[in-house]
Design a protein around this ligand. Structure first.
Ligand code: TYD
Ligand code: MG
Length: 454
């Protein structure tokens, strides 16, 4: 018996029961197509009982290959796992191909046989880039192809240790009756390539383009099939690039690696705090240094705020690098708990360097930046700030306090404004070398102590 046809949105992957001109999940027009009406399996075949094992019989840790690019190896969880499938997502032009070409050259240098399949650029173009990056001597095998069957046959013949597919969106299988780049093609290509990785022990890296206008779901539909999902992020105008693990079956998620795009490819940034603070000059109103944690690594970044009178009615709230819902919450708490209104004031908030912060620990630094901008008063110099704010105005300690303080001390900061119960082992006002802790029980106290208002 044939199943009724299913419809799927090629932009976001949402399933629909019937065709429509507009996808109500992502709002895209003309994106819904019929998915190959598969036939249901016949009468259920009788199964065999599966052989079972227990947890203790787990195999030892698979040996990983280390590329020597510390920023990449750490994000992978300590090197590349054989047979693993990795998805590398990111905006077009952000540097995915550059990163992977540099990475395969390093992995090849470490003794792994590497194959690079480009579906977007001709081999000559890839060679040109390799020449520019000074990698022509690396023993990397190269092919330009988009036919999935050909790619799989090549992989089967070569059995490399690492295969890069750049990009998954360009792979095209004639077994699937829909256009290249559609969700059905994407799924098929990912399924076959991940299957190959598991079968033959080849690590496979799939590149997936993400675009800001709704296409974000493109690579998302294959996220669940792979072992590791990395996103390569950065602002176009900035040279910094962040490689972020959002899923990793073989290591911690939320780990980041920091790179800088230079004329000769991506350079590793082993000490990102110094880099993110390098552009900062003297303490200015509205500028606050937040001691954050990305994955396992502390990272100091500058948070900038600008508060200016706006037109009556609805003032502007503009945020770059942070969550705008969280900013609305902070403004509401400041008004309700400290009596500091922002009505009639435009608020701009920016995380310097193009970094995106997701931690609630930045709350207190954001408050400090907002108040510093509003009162036109700079914070004391060499001060870092962190802590989470509750709706009651209470301040909550955050994880890894000591790590944050250690990084701040390393970079020459002398004072930290933190929630009361932070760093239990340290005493108030002194402690931890020459870093002075200023503990704040709640928001109102902090506002009074630091800005003499509230
Ligand atoms: P690319 O790796 O092609 O991006 P993606 O594969 O994510 O689409 O990167 C392209 C950009 O990187 C392009 O704008 C030029 C820049 N770039 C450099 O600045 N320096 C370099 O050495 C290289 C190779 C690229
Ligand atoms: Mg590319």
């Amino acid at each position: 018996m044939a199943r009724p046809p299913a419809y799927v949105c090629t932009a976001c992957g949402a399933a629909h029961r019937k065709w429509a001109g507009r996808c109500d999940a992502c709002g895209g027009w003309n994106t819904i197509v019929e998915e190959g009406a598969a036939t249901a399996p016949g009468p259920r075949a009788r199964g065999r009982a599966l052989p079972l094992s227990d947890l203790a019989s787990a195999e030892p840790d698979p040996p990983r290959t280390v590329s020597g690019m510390g920023e990449l190896d750490r994000v992978l969880g300590g090197g590349l796992v054989p047979g693993s499938a990795v998805l590398l997502g990111g905006d077009p032009g952000i540097g995915k191909s550059t990163l992977l070409l540099q990475a395969v050259a390093r992995f090849a240098g470490a003794g792994l046989s590497c194959l690079y399949v480009s579906g977007e650029e001709a081999t000559a173009q890839v060679r040109l880039r390799a020449a520019r990056l000074g990698l022509t001597a690396a023993p990397v095998r190269l092919a330009a192809a988009t036919a999935l069957g050909d790619v799989l046959a090549t992989l089967e013949a070569e059995r490399p240790g690492l295969a890069v597919i750049d990009s998954i969106q360009t792979m095209w299988s004639d077994a699937v009756d829909s256009a290249p780049g559609s969700v059905a093609q994407l799924r098929q290509a990912a399924h076959d390539l991940v299957g190959f990785a598991k079968r033959r022990g080849t690590a496979v890296v799939l590149v997936g383009h993400v675009t800001k206008d709704g296409q974000i779901a493109g690579p998302r539909v294959v996220e669940h099939m792979v072992d590791c999902v990395l996103y390569f992020e950065g602002e176009r105008g900035h040279a910094f690039r962040i490689l972020r693990a959002v899923k990793n079956r073989f290591g911690p998620a939320d780990e980041i690696g920091v790179f800088e795009m230079t004329g000769a490819g991506l350079a590793e940034v082993p000490n990102p705090s110094a880099l993110f603070l390098a552009e900062r000059d003297r303490p200015a109103p509205g500028s606050v240094v937040f001691a954050g944690i990305e994955g396992t690594r502390p990272l100091l970044v500058e948070i900038q705020a600008l508060v200016a009178p706006g037109p009556p009615g609805s003032p502007r709230r503009s945020v770059v690098g942070w969550d705008s819902g969280r900013l609305a919450m902070i403004l509401a708490v400041l008004e309700a708990r400290c009596g500091i209104p922002f009505a009639g004031l435009d608020v701009y908030l920016n995380v310097a360097g193009g970094l995106r912060i997701g931690e609630p620990a930045a709350d207190l630094a954001v408050v400090a930046a907002l108040l510093s901008a509003r009162e036109d008063a700079a914070l004391p110099p060499d001060t870092v700030v962190f802590g989470e704010i509750g709706l009651s105005g209470a301040l909550r300690p955050v994880s890894q306090t000591e790590n944050r303080l250690k990084e701040a001390r390393k970079l020459g900061f002398t004072q930290a404004i933190v929630p009361s119960r932070s760093g239990a082992s340290m005493t108030d006002g002194s402690a931890e070398g020459d870093l002075r802790l200023r503990r704040m029980p709640d928001l109102a106290t902090m506002v009074g102590e630091i800005f003499g208002a509230g």
